[in-house]
Structures are given as structure tokens and as C-alpha cells.
Design a binder for this molecule. Structure first.
Ligand code: GRF
Length: 200
């Protein structure tokens, strides 16, 4: 049986697209059964719809406006995900820190992609942080990792796969980001293949 993946996105969904392309190319023995975004405007939703995959939008703002907690938001998100009975929950460009109210439902089954090497530059500006560190001579390269999300630490956990990416003196944030996306797509698909094979 193909592995059931629920993919959480917040933006363009280029990593979601890499997963869909790998499935279509029969590289990944998986099916994306649901895509959830926390942002209505996420282009990744269009990518999912074009591929005939069910989508849901689960924004945080209504919870904030109603004075409801992040834990309530996370618990409701978990209920949406559980309905799809995933083997793996893939955070692919997902820009919201998940609490145990979500994670406890999927122990060691949540997988996060982060555009930095293990232990480096946690948070939402990892690529910009790496470029700045390179320009101030602190690092010579950066990279991408995919890790399990066992707890609420941000962008830290058991590493499934990682790959270095070069930074050049001529790099701008845009040129480095483009290069990082290419690496992300490779590392994410490779990590999922490893996890899925490990399950079989
Ligand atoms: C990627 O760098 C991802 O790691 C970060 O958001 C960016 C957008 O990814 N969290 P995608 O194109 O939406 O997959």
C-alpha cells in the first residue's frame, strides 16, 4: 500500500510539488491524501487542487480574534489531519510552530524540512541568516535538512537527511534561495523515500 502523506504548507508549495512529481515518477511509493495550509493565499493549494488532492485551509487568525489559544488551534488541526489517517505528516514550507497539542497525536511521524544544516539557523529566516553569516566570514557553506519533530523545539530533531549547499560571494538572497529550493526538493524526497522504505 502506498504511504499516506498529509502535507502542511504555508506558501508556494514548491516542495509539495517535488513530492507530487516524485510520486508521479514512481520514485516515491506514496500518495498525498490531504494538503492543509494555514494561509488561504498559499499557491501550494492550487498545486494540490490541480493534482486532484483534497485541500483544507486552517487559519490561525479566527482563533486569535476569538481569544482562543494556539493549543486549541493545534488540536483542531490535529483532528483535521487524523481524519486523513496519515502514515506521515510532512511540514513542507509550513510556517507555524506546532505544540504538543498537535504533535502528541503523531509521535515520530511528523517530518519537517528546514533550509539550514542541523543545529544552524532555526526559525523563519534561515536562508537570510546563512547569507549574512557567510558575508561576515562565519560560515563557508549552508545546507538543508529534514528531521523528525518529536517536540516543540523549533527546527531541531532526529535528522533523516541533510545536504550541504554552497554559498558564493556573488550570491544575493534570491540566488541563494533559488539554489536552496533545488536542494530542498532533493533532500525532502530522498528523506521521505528513506522513511517510507523503513516502514515497509
Ligand atoms: C522553503 O524554504 C521552506 O523550507 C520554508 O519555506 C520555503 C518555501 O517552501 N519553510 P515551498 O516553496 O512553499 O515548498
Amino acid at each position: 500500500m502506498p504511504a499516506r502523506l498529509v502535507v502542511l504548507i504555508s506558501g508556494s508549495g514548491s516542495n509539495l510539488q517535488a513530492i507530487l512529481d516524485a510520486i508521479r515518477a514512481r520514485y516515491l511509493d506514496a500518495q498525498v491524501v490531504l494538503v492543509i495550509s494555514n494561509r488561504q493565499a498559499a499557491f501550494g493549494l492550487e498545486r494540490a487542487q490541480k493534482a486532484g488532492i483534497p485541500t483544507r485551509v486552517h487559519p490561525l487568525k479566527p482563533y486569535r480574534d476569538a481569544g482562543r489559544s494556539r493549543e486549541e488551534y493545534d488540536a483542531d488541526l490535529a483532528a483535521l489531519v487524523r481524519e486523513a489517517a496519515p502514515d506521515w505528516v510532512v511540514l513542507a514550507g509550513w510556517m507555524h510552530i506546532l505544540s504538543q497539542a498537535f504533535l502528541r497525536h503523531f509521535p515520530y511521524r511528523v517530518v519537517n524540512l528546514h533550509p539550514a544544516l542541523p543545529g544552524q539557523f532555526p526559525g523563519a529566516t534561515a536562508i537570510a541568516d546563512a547569507l549574512a553569516a557567510f558575508q561576515s566570514g562565519q560560515i563557508k557553506k549552508t545546507g538543508v535538512m529534514v528531521h523528525l519533530v518529536p517536540d516543540e523545539q523549533v527546527d531541531r530533531g532526529p535528522v533523516i537527511a541533510s545536504e550541504e549547499a554552497p554559498i558564493y560571494a556573488t550570491d544575493t538572497l534570491e540566488s541563494l534561495t533559488n539554489r536552496m529550493h533545488q536542494v530542498e526538493h532533493r533532500v525532502l524526497v530522498g528523506a521521505l523515500a528513506r522513511l517510507i522504505q523503513g516502514d515497509e
